[in-house]
Ligand binder design. Structure first.
Ligand code: FAD
Length: 398
């Protein structure tokens, strides 16, 4: 693997940096570096700026309006934007349902749905999990009954990230309760404004509202909104999950996390020394830094296989496992670094601009909420236990 950048790639990285300097609002950038929560407008404004530039759908082939970048450009794009403090692109449209639509959808569906995803005019959420169907996704029970040219949908989805911000939801629904579990499932696109759709917030341990329950009560959905054939939704579901796991390692964000950990450790000197001068803590930072670099190399290996025409295989599960463990470790170390200042819960510092004086240094209030929030990384996108099952079976052949 040749990791040196040629002059064109260097010029490309400069172009991305200049774009972020021009289009990323200082307020959004400040939220990233101070660990504050974004609101919907922060994401939409940034994603629409990328969309206008033709860069939001950066992993899509040119044929469907993507920029047609090589793997190195994609890698540089993600890394430069993370360094610049850009919010992560919400994946449900551009990284999840978009590729499903251009791979399995009809020409009419591509024409109807892809432009709004590419420009971020339309926001999406993912309706896979249900109260009785998480790891065992094929057990899902949300029922769609065909009546003429519509389905009538009844059931419940749960843990639906950003459903309260979304215009549309893509759902796995059961169209045939008598078929084998995986064979009776279809993939439906549902307008969130349809009568009978209700969103109920789930507030997480850190006080943030990102996830929701979504209820369907006799929701009328045109058959024209089904992607692929009836009963073949599981094929779309698996294709989407492989893409989801590939992007979930969040290496650029972890690199930024290590830099910010170093900054925290260098702050607050006492008697002329900081935490960064403590050999034991410095060794912990060096250790996590090396783990991030090793993960980055593994991710690059997977990407270069894909660049040669390969598809993401079961080995992407290892990236998901290590990526989530690393994100959790960085959050743990940040909490350790701020020490007792992690104790007070200061929601005003996280959710809105406040003129309250924080207890402790400015970087302290997000540490504990982030630590708790990061528990999610080993659960979502398929829990780490499930990923280990996949690795043992499909990679190690056990
Ligand atoms: C913050 C967050 C956001 C999410 N966003 C979305 C979203 O937008 N859309 C969506 O559809 N879903 C979403 N999810 C749901 C997520 O995909 C599920 O939580 C996940 O698949 C686990 O399912 P479960 O919660 O039902 O746990 P369960 O499947 O009930 O698992 C419980 C525990 O048992 C373990 N376990 C289960 N089966 C096995 C097995 N065979 N071998 C070993 N261990 C096993 C699991 O690892 C876990 O530790 C989100 C979850 C979180 C936490």
């Amino acid at each position: 693997m040749d990791l040196t950048l040629n002059p064109e790639h260097k010029a490309f990285a400069d172009e991305v940096r200049a774009f972020a300097e021009r289009h990323l609002s200082p307020a959004t950038r400040a939220k990233t570096f101070s660990g504050k929560h974004y609101d919907r407008a922060d994401h939409v404004e940034w994603q629409q700026a990328l969309g206008r530039q033709g860069w939001l759908a950066y992993t899509w082939p040119k044929k469907y309006g993507g920029p047609g970048w090589d793997v190195t450009r994609r890698f540089l794009f993600e890394n430069v934007l993370a360094e610049e403090g850009a919010p992560r692109i919400i994946p449900f449209g551009v990284k999840m349902v978009g590729p499903v639509i251009y791979t399995f959808g009809s020409d009419e569906q591509k024409e109807r749905f892809l432009p709004g995803i590419r420009t971020s005019e339309v926001q999406w959420c993912q309706g896979y999990s249900e109260p009785g169907a998480g790891s065992d996704l094929a057990n899902l029970r949300t029922r769609a009954v065909r009546e003429g040219d519509h389905y009538i949908v009844n059931g419940q989805k749960t843990w639906t990230s950003f459903a309260h911000w979304a215009d549309w939801i893509f759902c796995l629904v059961r169209t045939d309760p008598d078929a084998k579990p995986q064979e009776g499932i279809s993939f439906l696109l549902i307008d969130m404004k349809t009568p009978g759709v209700t969103v109920r917030p789930i507030v997480m341990l850190d006080g943030a509202h990102h996830v929701n329950d979504v209820f369907f009560d006799n929701v009328k959905v045109p058959v024209a909104n089904r992607i692929g054939k009836e009963g073949e939704g599981w094929t779309c579901a698996k294709f989407l999950l492989a893409n989801e796991r590939l992007g979930i390692a969040e290496v650029p964000a972890s690199k930024r996390g290590v830099r910010s950990l170093r900054d925290i450790a260098r702050a607050e000197p006492q008697d002329g020394r900081t935490l960064a001068d403590d050999p034991a803590f410095a060794a912990k930072i060096a250790d996590i830094d090396l783990q991030v670099q090793a993960l980055e190399m593994s991710e690059l290996r997977a990407l270069s296989t894909m660049a040669l025409g390969g598809a993401p295989g079961p080995e992407v599960s290892t990236l998901k496992i290590r990526g989530s463990e690393i994100q959790q470790r960085i959050a743990e170390l940040a909490m350790e670094a701020v020490g007792e200042y992690a104790q007070p819960y200061q929601p005003g510092m996280l959710f809105q601009n406040t003129n309250e004086t924080p207890v402790g240094p400015d970087h302290a209030p997000p540490a504990a909420p982030r630590y708790f929030n990061m528990r999610k990384t080993s659960i979502y996108g398929g829990s780490n236990e499930i990923q280990k099952n996949i690795v043992s079976k499909m990679v190690l052949g056990l």
